[in-house]
Design a protein around this ligand. Sequence first.
Ligand code: FAD
Length: 504
Amino acid sequence: MHSLKRLVILGGGSAGWMTAAALARTFTTQQYDVTVIESSDIGTVSVGEATIPNIRQFNQMLGIDENDFLRKTQGTFKLGIEFVDWFKPGSRYMHPFGPYGVALYGVPFHHYWLRQQHQTSANSRAEPLDLSRYCLEWAAAKDNQFCRPQQGSKTPLAHLQYAFHFDAVEYARYLKNYALERGVKLIDDRFIAAQMAPSGDITALELAQSGKVEGDLFIDCSGFKALLIEKTLQVGYEDWRHWLPCDTAVAQTCESITELKPYTRATARPAGWQWQIPLQHRIGNGHVFSSRFMSDDEATQQLADSLPAKALSEPRTLRWQNGKRHKAWHKNCVAIGLSAGFIEPLESTGLQLIQSGISRLISLFPQHRCSDADRAAYNRYTDFEIERIRDFVILHYKATERDDSAFWRYCQHMEIPDTLADKIALYQSSGRIFRDNSEMFNEISWFSVLNGQGIQPQSYHPMANAIPAQELDNLMDKITQAIAAGKAQMPAHQDYISQQCRSI
Ligand SMILES: Cc1cc2nc3c(=O)[nH]c(=O)nc-3n(C[C@H](O)[C@H](O)[C@H](O)COP(=O)(O)OP(=O)(O)OC[C@H]3O[C@@H](n4cnc5c(N)ncnc54)[C@H](O)[C@@H]3O)c2cc1C
C-alpha cells in the first residue's frame, strides 16, 4: 500500500504557517516530512488581525507562552466587537465573548431579561434594562478594562472569555519560527505548475528556480489564488455575494492614540462598514464595502477622512468573493485558508476557519492514502461550519432599519438563506435560539446580534414566568452586583499590557 509521508504546503501566509506549526506539533519528523513553499516576491494578504476566543486553544495546543506571543506580535486583548450604527444611525451594541447572567432552572438568561424587558416596555416610565450590566466582558470593554480570568474568584471573572488583536505579519513570522525550529523545511520560490498522476492526484509542484518538489499530500494555502484546489483541480466555487455584497476593502494603519480599547469596533458606513483594531504600536483600519455600490476612490477617501490619527501606511485595496469551494478536500489536496473560501471579516472568522480546518485535517489524517470517507467527512463539516458563519454575518446586514443608502436598502430587501430565515422567525416568535449541532457561534452570540439589530421577540420562554417577580428582581440584582464586583478587580487594559506583555 502506498505510504503517505511527504506533506507539501503551498503558501506561507497565516494559513500556511498555522498549518505547518500544528503539523510540526502533532507529528514527529520521523513520521512526516513537512515542506512549506512561499514566495517572498508575492507576499501575503497581511490582514487578519482580530480573532475570536478559540485562537487561545490553538496557541495552547502549540504550547505557546501567551505573553511572549503578545509581545512579539504587538498584541492586545479583545473582549468582543462593538457594532456602531448598524441597526440605525446612532445605535450601538456589543457582541461580547462572554455570557449574560446565568441560566436559571435550565432556561437561558436572556429569556428572563426579555421578561423584564416586556414588563419595562409596558411601564412607559421605567428605564430600559441596560444589557451590559449582565455581561462582564461587555461591562469591562465599555470602560477599557481587562485582566485574564482569575481562578478562584467568586465573580464571573473566574471564567472571563477573551481573544486577541495582533499584527498579522508578526503572527505568521512567529509561527514560521516555531515550525522551522521543529523541523519544517522552507523553500522560498514561485510555484509555476503542478504535475499530475493519471488518477488526478497531484504528484509534484514545479517551481521557478528550485525544480520540482514531490509530495503525497498537498495543502493549498496559496490564498485567494487557490493555485492547487482551483487553478489545478478546478473544483469550482459557490459565490455568496448576493447575500454578502461587500467584496472589497481598503486597509490602512494609523498611529495609536487614546487608551487601548479591549475590543474591535465595526462602524456601519453607506456601502459597508469600517474596522478599527487597536494594537500596541498602531491602529489597524479598514473600510469594507460593496464595489456595486461604491467606487474604490470614494471608499479610500472615506477611510482617510475618518482615520482616528495620522496615517502610517498607504491605503491598500483587497478584493474577494464571499463564498466557498465546492470541495475543500479533493484528490490529495486540502485547501486551508483563503483558498478554501472566505466570509468577509465582520466577525473575525478567517483565522478560526483555518484553525478548524487544521484540526479537522489532523482528526481525519490519512494513514496510507486519502480515502473517499475522509474527504467526504472533511468536506461535509467544512461546508456546515462556513455556511452557519455565513448566516450569522448576513444577519447583521439583513436585520437593520437603515435605508439611508442604496446599499442598505438592498440588504434590507434581499432574500436570505432558509437556515437563517428559520432562526430569525423562531427568535421573533418566542425568543428561542437553538444552536445547530456544533455550529461555531453559540446562543450568546446569536442573541447579542439578534437583539442588537433590533429584532424584538413577541414572547419568551414560558418557564421564565415561573419565578415570582420580586424573586426575579433580586436575582437580576445579584447578577449585576457579581459583575460589578468582578469588574472592580480589573485594571485598565493599557496597564495590564504594560505589566504583562508590552512589546520591547
Ligand atoms: C480585508 C480582510 C480583512 C481580514 N480580517 C480578518 C480578521 O480580522 N480576522 C481574521 O481572523 N481573519 C481576517 N481575514 C482573513 C485572514 O486575513 C486570512 O484568513 C489569513 O490571513 C490567511 O490568509 P492565507 O494564508 O490563506 O493567504 P495569504 O496571506 O494570501 O497567503 C498566501 C501565500 O501563498 C503564497 N503564494 C501565492 N502565490 C504563490 C506562488 N505562485 N508561488 C509561491 N507562493 C505563492 C504567498 O507568497 C503567501 O505566502 C481578513 C481578510 C481580508 C481580505
